[in-house]
Design a protein around this ligand. Structure first.
Ligand SMILES: CC(C)(COP(=O)(O)OP(=O)(O)OC[C@H]1O[C@@H](n2cnc3c(N)ncnc32)[C@H](O)[C@@H]1OP(=O)(O)O)[C@@H](O)C(=O)NCCC(=O)NCCS
Length: 168
């Protein structure tokens, strides 16, 4: 279904497109943790090119960026095999086509090939995002914990965070 879409590492030339993608995805509540105004150019530059950053983009047949996934290698040597804080976004009109799954598959292959290799992936998903949790479960992520009332929305209601991990 996502034929014609190719996956490659993000480059500095992708900053604006990734910024637009994440801002658009953040408009729908209950998905990305950041609100649109919290997705700054600096945030994207760090996500793509900061220390320890790993970022892949899904490029559609039209040349547009349809999806992006990023994480960061932990800096402390004891945890340096861990890619943490994974964040993924697929353009709203391109969701459900397998692009998110393909971004994860490519990230896993990329992470295994890194030197030193990444051996563990970590992410947190809002409990109000069951679609994303189901996707992560299907990819093999294990439930590792729950942070009660970790999120608080502008209307004051709380949301738990679900911690998930995958050993490669
Ligand atoms: C979550 C997300 C990255 C999945 O990408 P995708 O390309 O749609 O995923 P795939 O097509 O490979 O897999 C489909 C699965 O993704 C999940 N999914 C699909 N649309 C979704 C949506 N709008 N929101 C959350 N999860 C969704 C579902 O588990 C779906 O499986 P299902 O059909 O059995 O319900 C994408 O929907 C998205 O960008 N959502 C908004 C941002 C977000 O929630 N990011 C994750 C934060 S933890």
């Amino acid at each position: 279904m996502s034929g014609g879409v190719s996956i490659r590492p993000a480059t500095p030339d992708d900053v604006q497109a990734v910024l637009d993608l994440h801002r658009a995805a953040a408009v729908t509540p209950g998905g990305l943790a950041r609100a649109p105004h919290e997705i700054s150019r600096d945030y994207v530059e760090q996500a793509i090119g900061g220390a320890g950053a790993v970022s892949l983009v899904a490029v559609g047949p039209d040349g547009g960026i349809w999806g992006e996934i990023h994480g960061r290698r932990e800096g402390v040597a004891l945890f340096a095999h861990v890619l943490a804080n994974l964040t993924v976004a697929v353009h709203s009109q391109r969701q459900g086509l397998g692009i998110g799954s393909r971004l994860f598959a490519a990230l896993i292959a990329h992470a295994r090939a890194m030197q030193p290799p990444i051996l563990r992936l970590e992410l947190a998903a809002g409990a109000g995002n069951p679609g994303a949790v189901r996707l992560y479960e299907r990819l093999g992520f294990q439930h590792e914990g729950r942070q009660i009332a970790r999120g608080r929305y502008p209307d004051g209601h709380f949301e738990d965070d679900i911690l998930m991990g995958l050993l490669l």
